[in-house]
Write a new protein. Structure first.
Length: 216
C-alpha cells in the first residue's frame, strides 16, 4: 500500500469555459446533476439520493430547500439543507413529476425509470475526455463552487454552511434570514464575474499555452 501523502490529487476547480465544454458533452441526466452541483455545492451522493419528500418550498424566495436526513449526510450526525438558487431551482422544476420519489432519475436499458446510483461512470469519463478535462472528478465541481463563492466575496462562515463544512445543523438552528443569506450567496455564482474563477492549474495551463505559442 502506498502512503496517501504525496499521492493525493489536488482539487481541480474548473473555469466557466471548461464548465460550458463539460456540460455540452454530458448526457442529459448527468448534465442536470452537474449543473445542480455547480449551483448548490452539494456532494454527488446527495444529488443521486435527492428525494421529493425532503423538499420544503420557500415562497418568500420563490425557491425550495431540501432537508437532507442525517443518514445521507457525511458523518451522519445531523440533517443539512440543500438551498437552491434560481438556476438549480430551474433544474428542480424541470425534473418535477418525472419520478415519484427521486429528483434525478433516468431510464435504463430494459428497465423502468429509476434513481441514478452514481455520477462517476463511463458516461462521465467519456464526456470529460471529449471536453479535454483529463481526470476531472465530480467532486471538483464542489471545489468550483467554493472558489466561486470566495471570489464573489462570500464570507468564510457562509461558504462553510453552503458546503456543509459547518458543524451546526441548518434545520435546527437556521432562521429564515440565514436561509436567505445562503440563497443570496448562491445567487452570486450564477454567471461569470469580472473574468475571475481561475484556479492555479488553469493559470499554469494558460501560461504553458502562451509559452508554446512564442516558440512556434
Amino acid at each position: 500500500m502506498l502512503p496517501l501523502t504525496g499521492y493525493q490529487r489536488s482539487p481541480r476547480p474548473i473555469t466557466w469555459d471548461e464548465q460550458e465544454r463539460l456540460l455540452k458533452e454530458l448526457p442529459k441526466h448527468l448534465h442536470d446533476m452537474a449543473l445542480f452541483i455547480l449551483h448548490s455545492g452539494v456532494r454527488d451522493d446527495v444529488v443521486c439520493n435527492l428525494q421529493w419528500d425532503w423538499e420544503i418550498p420557500v415562497p418568500e424566495l420563490n425557491i425550495s430547500v431540501f432537508e437532507t436526513p442525517p443518514e445521507n449526510v457525511k458523518g451522519r450526525r445531523t440533517s443539512k439543507l440543500v438551498v437552491c438558487n434560481r438556476i438549480s431551482q430551474t433544474v428542480i422544476e424541470e425534473a418535477r413529476g418525472r419520478h415519484p420519489t427521486h429528483v434525478f432519475a433516468m431510464s435504463w436499458r430494459h428497465r423502468e425509470l429509476g434513481p441514478i446510483k452514481a455520477m462517476n461512470n463511463s458516461a462521465w469519463q467519456a464526456a470529460r475526455s471529449r471536453a479535454g478535462l483529463g481526470d476531472l472528478r465530480v467532486h471538483d465541481l464542489r471545489h468550483t463552487v467554493g472558489m466561486r463563492l470566495r471570489e464573489a466575496g462570500v464570507s468564510e462562515s457562509t461558504r462553510r454552511d453552503v458546503l456543509w463544512h459547518s458543524n451546526r445543523s441548518v434545520t435546527n438552528h437556521y432562521s429564515m434570514a440565514q436561509i436567505r443569506e445562503l440563497h443570496e450567496a448562491l445567487e452570486k455564482i450564477t454567471q461569470p464575474t469580472n473574468g475571475w474563477n481561475k484556479s492555479l492549474q488553469a493559470l499554469k495551463a494558460e501560461h504553458a499555452l502562451r509559452k508554446a505559442g512564442t516558440r512556434t
